[in-house]
Design a protein around this ligand. Structure first.
Ligand code: SAM
Length: 243
């Protein structure tokens, strides 16, 4: 039977007792109805995991006892970053969930000329980012990856261009070529692919991407929704760079 995974910010040593937060506890008690004594897996989203057993549960908060720390369990981390023009909520949520499943390391929301909604209010941007973080964490739990996909704060397009990155690409309908395996020296190569929002990159942004050494790549024959394009880029890159 598949052992269920639960998030804990801190995982220390075998024998220690970990108090789960209200969300994880609720999931154990009310959704999965896991009983005391049953085995679960803990993960901290930073690459650590442990086997643990659920302890007696008097209230609504669950304690678990760490049985042993699991080392060397996880596959290597892919150095793939995906930047995506900020999209409407539903599309953005889908993109984050699927990109996490595909092993993307960092997700960079970009505020582009044609991005809807506009995230100029820092408080609103922070709230969105917290929500995206929860989606990424849920996905980490479900798909079994060790490190959660890091979600950067939304950046303005100009700032995005200045960010430190490896080999740089962007999804473009203007070229026939996709990514080629032989442009990557090895599987540890750091790669970023940017994808425009629903309205695409503006002409100016398109130009600036090229000036800043982003190579345009095709992601297929047809015009994809922005979230599909981001997911496609991650799927192609993860199959090319799989460890
Ligand atoms: N009206 C926009 C246009 O024609 O550019 C469509 C934008 S599309 C919905 C959103 C983004 O997805 C694009 O900016 C591009 O980065 C990416 N995209 C969509 N289909 C693509 C394809 N077949 N190849 C490469 N990139 C694609």
């Amino acid at each position: 039977m598949e052992v269920k995974r639960f998030f804990s910010e801190i995982i220390t040593r075998a024998g220690s007792i970990v108090r789960l937060d209200a969300v994880q506890s609720r999931h154990i008690l009310k959704v999965l109805r896991i009983k005391s004594g049953e085995e679960v897996e803990l993960f901290d989203g930073k690459g650590n995991a442990a086997r643990a057993s659920v302890m007696n549960v008097p209230g609504n908060i669950v304690n678990v006892r760490v049985m042993d720390i699991e080392t060397g369990k996880f596959k290597g981390v892919l150095e793939i970053d995906i930047a995506l023009g900020v999209l409407k909520e539903k599309a953005m949520n889908v993109a984050i969930q699927k990109l996490s499943e595909l092993g993307v390391k960092r997700f960079i929301p970009i505020m582009c000329d044609f991005s809807v909604p506009v995230l100029n209010n820092p408080e609103a941007a922070q709230k969105k980012r917290a929500r995206w973080g929860r989606i990424s964490l849920e996905s980490t739990k479900q798909c079994g990856r060790a490190n959660s996909m890091e979600i950067l704060p939304p950046v303005k397009f100009k700032e995005f261009l200045k960010m430190d990155s490896g080999k740089k690409f962007f999804g473009s309908m203007d070229v026939p070529e996709s990514f080629k395996r032989d442009i990557f020296k090895d599987n540890n190569e750091k790669v970023i692919c940017a994808v425009g929002p629903e309205g695409g990159f503006s002409e100016k942004e398109d130009e600036e991407l090229k000036v800043n050494h982003f190579t345009p790549v095709s992601l297929g024959l047809y015009r994809l929704r922005a979230e599909t394009a981001a997911i496609t880029a991650a799927a192609i890159l993860s199959s090319l760079l799989r460890k």
